[in-house]
Design a protein around this ligand. Sequence first.
Ligand SMILES: Cc1cc2nc3c(=O)[nH]c(=O)nc-3n(C[C@H](O)[C@H](O)[C@H](O)COP(=O)(O)OP(=O)(O)OC[C@H]3O[C@@H](n4cnc5c(N)ncnc54)[C@H](O)[C@@H]3O)c2cc1C
Ligand code: FES
Length: 279
Amino acid sequence: MLSLLPEMAHLIDRYPDGTDALHLRFRLANGVRWQAQSGQFFMLSVMGIGEAAFTFVSLPNEDGEFSALVRNVGHLTAALFKLPVGSVVGVRGALGQAWPTLENKSVLVIAGGCGLAPLASWLDLRLQQENQQTVLLYSVKNNDSQILAQERLAWQHQNLTMLMVEDDPTWLIAEQLAQATGKRLDAALALLPDPPQAVLTCGPEAMMLAVGEMLRQRGVAPEHIYLSLERRMHCGVGLCGHCYLGSSLVCKEGTVFDLSRVQALLAQQLPSEAVWQHC
Ligand SMILES: Cc1cc2nc3c(=O)[nH]c(=O)nc-3n(C[C@H](O)[C@H](O)[C@H](O)COP(=O)(O)OP(=O)(O)OC[C@H]3O[C@@H](n4cnc5c(N)ncnc54)[C@H](O)[C@@H]3O)c2cc1C
Ligand code: FES
């Protein structure tokens, strides 16, 4: 039966990781264990404050430990930033759909800013398999806003091909930004022998849609381009309707969609519906 009651988890580690962002590690209490897949999310509640959605950076292990990257943007995250190690929080999960595994396919992974967080566990698992062609294009506003320093170092040691770029969209007009993005994309594509068989991307929604269109123009089918979308979520399990995108409940059917599905859902929306860009 569907339960909205949170499990208890202890905060067991915390450290700064990027501008105004913390890496938090939790352990599920009472012997509870979760099966989660890369790309899924969980709801986290701080008692007396509220609840919000967060992505797994590392998936729950056999000891019930998992981690998340949290940006300080409002009430709940500000409270999380003040929690000392040992504190108890509530967690519900794992929720939503996972990234496809794409075994033996060549994959381009494109992350913008803190959009790297939902891709981290997918990359960890991918690098445990042999001979998987993978390129990571990671774009940030500036050096300080890079996240997951420890994970990126580990991936470097595991010989992941990474292209890091700094692009601050605030200083570029739309045309310059499109040109710069196209060049970065071509540089990343040149690191693979052929066009990728699949692309995974996560970052600001406008970035993902623009990059998706550029990839389509470069011969990658929209059905092979996967995006992770964020919408304001309350229940996380398809009951409250806060996360509707067109006819789809993003918390249940997503947050991972392929580009053709996203374009169809966006076309169902009224023109006035705002698209929220997270970071
Ligand atoms: C599936 C999913 C995964 C997420 N993963 C992460 C993660 O790994 N790390 C992380 O730091 N954040 C993540 N978020 C975002 C996080 O849930 C929100 O930022 C949350 O609102 C923070 O709560 P708060 O009380 O601190 O801020 P709030 O006080 O709720 O919000 C701060 C500001 O952001 C706006 N806002 C917040 N969420 C949304 C939204 N979805 N749509 C439109 N406006 C919004 C509010 O209007 C307000 O202006 C995720 C969101 C989703 C839906
Ligand atoms: S968050 Fe409630 S239906 Fe999706």
